[in-house]
Design a protein around this ligand. Structure first.
Ligand code: IPM
Ligand code: MG
Length: 363
């Protein structure tokens, strides 16, 4: 098949991990006879430096003309002006809205060879295989009013955790659909004991449940869910939650996999089922400026993001599984610093990419 991908290396370690993601993508293309046309775009701090804005019109245009966006990481102390258009992460937030990427999928799978990498006990993280479905374009991140103002007593500020029925329904459906394609368990996390938006969320989940009789729906309060994730993570299959809860809980869940360096993400404009959805694919970690240029960063989160892109945008399930199997095979013996263990061979960013690409080519 032929595909068009906009590639944004971004900032910090972004360019290094993207090189390895592209290397693995090309290994897949070579093996399975696909043709991916890549257009490199500036998004993030690098775009602020070159064009004065984190998401220049030309980058947006190139993204619009592509089937998917593959991104490295954005940000760094140099561009840290929270809330401003000169903030490096502003471009990424804007893309979520511009392309209606309402579903953010963050899978956590613990390979047998990596059960000792997590600070959580191996008997707890063993066999964990879950996915956090985070609502990505609404809630406290984007709801209006959103502002700071001056009162007689001092400053005040508000963010609005606003959700419409439509927004809740479409993300909960993604949760149900994904659960249906997996172990058929959906946990919806909310704060229905306190928040009105959560009460609506829970009502809608219950109303949709009869349409998915094969899926077991459970509700959890987000705080309790955070605790259970560390106590009995194996019990979870698909978790669905609002934007802010999902931001927090997906970082927590990454600890189960041993390192944020393993955590990929797909931000998509549909359920991804059927594999034709436009998406923005990136690691869930930051740009780690202090590790930039040293060839030490773990490229696996980006490589897994390539697998998610093949699965959700291009419908190439076999190829996606091929990447995942190649990573599993490689980490059994070779590790970057963040997941290094005794008895394994320590490698850098490029070597890890080479080994995974080779494992694909020779599988
Ligand atoms: C994430 C990040 C972003 C978010 C930041 C960089 C704006 O933490 O993708 O989880 O909060 O969504
Ligand atoms: Mg986050």
């Amino acid at each position: 098949m032929k595909g068009k991908i906009a590639v944004g290396p971004g900032d910090g370690i972004g360019p290094e991990i993207i090189d390895e993601g592209v290397k693995v993508l090309q290994a897949v293309a070579g093996k399975y006879g696909h043709d991916f046309e890549l257009t490199y775009v500036d998004i993030g701090g690098v775009a602020i430096d070159k064009h004065g804005t984190a998401l220049p019109e030309a980058s947006l245009q190139a993204c619009q003309e592509s089937d998917a966006i593959l991104f490295g990481a954005a940000g760094g102390p140099k561009w840290d002006y929270p809330g401003s258009k000169e903030q490096a992460t502003y471009g990424v937030l804007l893309l979520r809205q511009r392309f209606g990427l309402f579903a953010n999928l963050r899978p956590i799978k613990v390979f047998p060879s990596m059960v000792n990498c997590s600070p959580v006990k191996p008997e707890i993280v063993k066999d964990v295989d879950l996915i956090v479905v985070r609502e990505n374009t609404g809630g406290a991140y984007f709801g209006e009013p959103k502002k700071q103002w001056q009162t007689a007593e001092g400053r005040a500020a508000v963010d609005s955790m606003l959700y419409s029925e439509k927004e809740i329904e479409r993300i909960i459906r993604v949760g149900f659909e994904l659960a249906r394609s997996r172990r058929k368990k959906l946990c919806s996390a909310d704060k229905a004991n306190v928040l009105e938006s959560s009460r609506l969320w829970r009502q809608i989940a219950n109303e949709l449940a009869p349409e998915y009789p094969d899926v077991t729906l459970e509700h959890a309060y987000a705080d309790a869910c955070a605790m259970w994730l560390l106590k009995r993570p194996r019990d979870f299959d698909v978790l669905v939650m609002s934007n802010l809860f999902g931001d927090i809980i997906s970082d927590e869940a990454s600890v189960l996999a041993g390192s944020l360096g393993m955590l990929s993400s797909a931000q998509i404009a549909g359920s991804g089922i059927g594999g034709t959805t436009f998406g923005f694919y990136e690691s869930s970690h930051g740009s780690a400026p202090k590790h930039a240029g040293k060839n030490i960063a773990n490229p696996i989160a980006t490589i897994f993001s390539v697998a998610m892109m093949l699965r959700y945008t291009f419908g190439l399930t076999e190829e996606a599984k091929g990447i995942e199997a190649a990573v599993e095979k490689t980490v059994a013996t070779h590790r970057t610093y963040d997941i290094m263990e005794e008895g394994k061979t320590k490698v850098g960013t490029r070597e890890m990419g080479d080994l995974i690409a080779k494992a694909i080519a020779t599988a």
